[in-house]
Design a protein around this ligand. Sequence first.
Ligand code: NAD
Length: 260
Amino acid sequence: GQTTPFTVALITGAAQGIGREIALRLADDGFHVAINDIPSNADALHSVAKEVEAKGRKALAVLGDVSEEAAVKSMVEKTVEVLGRLDVMVANAAIAYISAIVDMDVEKFDRALAVNVRGAMLCYKYAARQMIKQGNGGRILGAASILGKRGGPAAAAYVAPKFAIRGLTQCLAIELKAHHITANTYAPGVILTPMTDMGALDEAKGGGHGAATKWVCGLPPDGPDAPPEVVASLVSYLVKSEAYFITGQSYNVDGGVDFS
Ligand code: NAD
């Protein structure tokens, strides 16, 4: 079990939105933080690293695509090399592709599965190996969604991976139980981030930022939404030592739209 405090976290897709907020919150909680995003988001990722350092913690920015095994392996290795260990893995990165099944572009569908499912699996694989080696337990989190619990219009390429992540995470929780490593997912409702900022599509669905996402979730344009802090505070709790008895679960943070 855990004998020393958790001190190092790695968060993927952390240049913006929910991932950035989790990185900042865990820095506030005392963690040194490794953050990852794709090369096209390098500038934003480096400014998040500066924000973490301004809080008096160490930050490591690692560029790489989570769908590539070599990238994920080296991301974990660099974290351990620079920050000394890995206690918390947050597999947060994902892409959203909105299309009806009858119009599905198979390459985009495959890309969504590669980033959202293979990406999470690879993060789990290398983080779990490192945590098992350390023998001090650990915390692993994946990003599900309320769209990982039910379908929605034009949402198949997002819903399929989000259902998959919940299954994947339950398997991980079972496999890692004996190592005192917990594995859970957060399942946000509509959170105001760059992902849900769809401009013309939001307007077409009769609202501002979030309106198109609400439509995809079966919600009206004035349905509930919230800033990414609401997700970061759940993650902050789930990675604490005292949350050791919670594993294999998926927690909605959705303002009361899904009770399944
Ligand atoms: P976002 O698009 O604003 O941020 C996601 C980040 O992931 C981006 O910085 C992007 O560059 C990065 N990314 C994309 N592909 C990557 C790859 N292959 N490798 C590494 N990084 C990659 O999204 P967000 O709203 O902050 O969402 C974060 C997570 O929460 C996602 O898993 C998303 O599916 C989930 N989620 C979001 C909402 C919401 O309403 N915003 C709701 C439910 C679930």
